[in-house]
Design a protein. Structure first.
Length: 465
C-alpha cells in the first residue's frame, strides 16, 4: 500500500508526522513526501525560473540561485525542455527544404496537429476523434456556440456563472445578440448563496430544472478561475440534458488539472486553452471537443478548407467533403510553431496518467491547506494577527490544485513582498491571491518554502501601512 494514498490528506499528513516523530508542520514531512513521490522526476522535464531572473526579486532578501516557487501554472505553465528543440527543428526544416516541409519531416505541417490529438484526448477523457487542436479558446467557444446555440422564442436562455471568466461572459452575450435576443433576458447567471463564496451543485441543478424548458445551452467552467471550484460536471450534464438542453464546458482551468471524463459523462461540447496546466506557452494552440453522438448531426455554421477530409482536401474541387464531428470545425491550417510546444508538453503528460497526477495533486494542495490553516487561521484571541481565508472548497472533490486565498490585510503589499522573495503566484482583484501547486512540476518542499516565505511577506507588508 502506498503510504501517501490511504485516507484524506489530513490523515496522511498526521500519520507521516507521527511515523517521523515530528510535528505536521516540520520540514521533514515535506522531505518525506518528496522522497516517496513517484512523479518527482517529471520536474526535470521543465525549465524552472531562478529567483535572480525574476524581475521583482530582491537579492538582499533571498538566495537568487534557488529555483523560484512557481505557483502560477493556473495562468501560464512552465516551459517543457523539449520546446526549444522542436521549434528549432521546424525552423531548420523551413530554412532547408521550404515548402517540402508541408509533407516531410517529423511534423509534416499539413497534418502535424493530428498527430497529437490522441494524446490530448487521454488528458480530457475523450476519444481521439472527439478532439481537435485549433485556434484560441474564445474562437473555439464561438464556433461551438454557433453550432449548439439555436435559440427559439421559447428556448433561448444560456446558463453560466455570474462571475464567469470575462471572455466567456462576452462570448455568450454576443452570441445572444447575434441571434436577435437580449442578454438581459436570455442570460441566467448563477450566484452563490448569501455569505457563501462558491456555488452549490444542488443550486445549479435546481436552477436548470426551474428554467429548464426556456434554456438552450448550459455553459459553465470546469474549474472556476477565481474561486478554484471544480464543478460536478457529470451531475450538471445530466441535469441539463434531462431538460433538453445542450451542456458545454470551458475547461481552461480543468484540463491537465482535474480528472476529466468528457466522453463518459456525455458532455455535449467543451473547449480549453493549453497554456495553463498544459504548458504550451502564451497564446498556445487551443483544443475543442464534441461528443461522438453529435458527429453527424451538429454541423459547423462556418466552414473552411481544413474542415474538408484530408485525403481529398488538396484536390480543390470546391465541393465540401466535411469531416464528421469536431474535425469539421477546423478552418485553417494550424501554426506549426504552436504545435511544437504542445507536443513537448503532451509527451510529458503521456509519461504518467491524469489519475496519478490527480492523486498527487490532492495531497499537495491538501498539504498547502493544512499549513495555511495551521499558521493563518483567524485567531479571536489575537485580533491583530493577519489571517487568511481559503475561499476554494475544502472538499478535494470540489477543487483542482488551486487555492484562492482572501487576506485580512491589504493584499497588494503582501503580493509585492512575496514576489520580492521569489514566489510567483497571481493576484485577482478585489482581494484574492491564487496559489496553484501543480503536480507535474511542484514539490512538497515548494509548499513548505511558500508558507515560510508567506510569514516573512506578511511581516514585511505591515511596514507598508
Amino acid at each position: 500500500m502506498d503510504p501517501l494514498e490511504a485516507g484524506s490528506p489530513q490523515e496522511v499528513i498526521e500519520r507521516v508526522a507521527k511515523q517521523l516523530g515530528c510535528t505536521t508542520t516540520s520540514h521533514d514531512v515535506a522531505e518525506y513526501f518528496d522522497q516517496h513521490d513517484k512523479l518527482r522526476d517529471l520536474r526535470q522535464e521543465f525549465l524552472v525560473p531562478k529567483v535572480a531572473d525574476l524581475p521583482p526579486s530582491d537579492p538582499t532578501l533571498v538566495d537568487g540561485s534557488e529555483d523560484c516557487i512557481y505557483f502560477v501554472g493556473n495562468s501560464l505553465g512552465l516551459q517543457p525542455k523539449n520546446t526549444k528543440k522542436y521549434i528549432d527543428e521546424e525552423l531548420e526544416k523551413w530554412a532547408k527544404i521550404g515548402a517540402h516541409g508541408h509533407v516531410m519531416g517529423l511534423r509534416p505541417w499539413a497534418w502535424a496537429e493530428n498527430n497529437l490529438e490522441a494524446l490530448m484526448a487521454k488528458v480530457v477523457g475523450a476519444k481521439p476523434e472527439e478532439v481537435a487542436l485549433l485556434n484560441g479558446l474564445t474562437v473555439n467557444l464561438h464556433l461551438l456556440m454557433l453550432a449548439f446555440y439555436n435559440p427559439t422564442a421559447k428556448r433561448h436562455k444560456i446558463v453560466l456563472e455570474e462571475k464567469a471568466f470575462p471572455s466567456d461572459h462576452y462570448a455568450v452575450e454576443s452570441q445572444i445578440r447575434l441571434r436577435g435576443f437580449d442578454p438581459s433576458e436570455s442570460m441566467v447567471l448563477l450566484k452563490p448563496r448569501a455569505g457563501e463564496d462558491t456555488l452549490r451543485t444542488e443550486d445549479i441543478v435546481s436552477t436548470i430544472k426551474r428554467e429548464g424548458d426556456s434554456v438552450a445551452v448550459v455553459m459553465l467552467s470546469g474549474v472556476q478561475y477565481y474561486t478554484g471550484q471544480l464543478f460536478n460536471m457529470e451531475a450538471i450534464t445530466k441535469a441539463g440534458q434531462a431538460q433538453g438542453c445542450y451542456v458545454g464546458f470551458d475547461c481552461a482551468h480543468a484540463v491537465g488539472n482535474a480528472e476529466l471524463r468528457l466522453h463518459d459523462w456525455g458532455v455535449d461540447f467543451a473547449c480549453w486553452c493549453t497554456y495553463k496546466y498544459m504548458n504550451s506557452g502564451a497564446g498556445g494552440l487551443a483544443g475543442a471537443y464534441i461528443h461522438e453522438k453529435h458527429a453527424n448531426t451538429v454541423k459547423p455554421a462556418l466552414l473552411g478548407w481544413w474542415g474538408h477530409k484530408l485525403d481529398t482536401r488538396f484536390q480543390m474541387t470546391n465541393v465540401m467533403s466535411l469531416q464528421p464531428g469536431i474535425s469539421g470545425f477546423r478552418l485553417s491550417n494550424q501554426p506549426i510553431l504552436l504545435v511544437c510546444p504542445l507536443q513537448a508538453s503532451l509527451e510529458i503528460f503521456n509519461k504518467t496518467t491524469m489519475r496519478d497526477l490527480r492523486k498527487k495533486s490532492i495531497l499537495l494542495t491538501g498539504y498547502l491547506e493544512h499549513l495555511l490553516k495551521h499558521y493563518y487561521s483567524e485567531d479571536k484571541s489575537e485580533p491583530r494577527k493577519p489571517h487568511v481565508r481559503i475561499i476554494t472548497p475544502s472538499n478535494p472533490a470540489e477543487r483542482g490544485c488551486q487555492l484562492s486565498l482572501s487576506f485580512s490585510v491589504p493584499i497588494r503589499a503582501v503580493f509585492q513582498e512575496l514576489q520580492k522573495r521569489g514566489v510567483t503566484c497571481d493576484m485577482r482583484e478585489p482581494n484574492v491571491l491564487r496559489v496553484a501547486p501543480v503536480p507535474l512540476y511542484n514539490s512538497f518542499t515548494d509548499v513548505h518554502r511558500f508558507i515560510t516565505v508567506l510569514g516573512a511577506a506578511l511581516e514585511a507588508s505591515k511596514q507598508h501601512h
